[in-house]
Every structure is written in C-alpha cells, then in structure tokens.
Design a protein around this ligand. Sequence first.
Ligand SMILES: [Zn+2]
Length: 159
Amino acid sequence: MADSDVCKSCGKEVATSARKCPHCGQPAPAKSRSTTNKKILTGAAIAFVLIGLIAGLGSSGTSKSTEAVFNSGVDGSVAQVDSWFRTNLNDYDSLKVQSWSKVAKAGDNFMVRVRFRSKNALGGYVLADKIFTLDKNGAVIGMADAGAESQIDIKPGPP
Ligand SMILES: [Zn+2]
C-alpha cells in the first residue's frame, strides 16, 4: 500500500482513502499528513489574521480620538459635566449654559471651562465661570472658579 497511514483510533495500518478502519470500524481513520499540514496552515493563517487585527486595533486606537471627554458635536456640551450639573446644581432646570470651552488635555486629565447661569438656593440667578477637571475616565475630579470677578450674584426678581 503506497498511500497508507495509521488509524487514529486503533493505531493499525489503514489505507489513507479508507472511509472506515477495517480493524476497529473507526470512520475516516487515516491521520493523513496532508490534512495535518492543512490544519497547521489554517491555524497559521488564522494567527496572522488575528495578529493583523490586534495590530490594526492598536494603531487605530492611537490615531483616532477615542477620548473619554469631548465636546458634543451638537452644542459643544460635555456629557460628564452636564450630568455633574444634574446631580450637583441646586436647580438643574434653571441651568443656562452660556459657553462651553473646547476640552483641553492636561496631562492625563481633561479641563473644560463653562460659563453658566443657574438659580441658587435663594432663587436668585448666579452667573458662574468654572473650570472643571475630569480624569481620564471622565469623572469630574475638580471644579474651580475661572476668575473671582466672574462670580456675580444676579439680583433676584421682585418678591
Ligand atoms: Zn482502527
């Protein structure tokens, strides 16, 4: 027998083309070398594709902006600061943002300056000019006055 191999079940010699092992009845018994080589090649091809994908993801991660903090394309707002307003402002419904600065990177952190008006606890409008600091995950970690003179209490309306 020129084209023979060993049965993968019983280990006896079988024809490569045999559909069933004549010794133990194992279907497709031959451990064909060509099949084995094909499997190795397929494995190598898959590995190359995976390596390519990983490399591709890595490079796209550095070239494309995937920052956690960014200005909305619609109104320039910053989602994390807006949700900070929602939980921390005395009266979120009264909030009127006058301007969002462009998000700036400061080391690993982000900074954004926001000028806004909102009602304080007394019901008077307060104009504020704040610089928010957010960490690399987008959590607000600090808030500071952009300028002392910018914080003006606006007179509450007539009682
Ligand atoms: Zn067999």
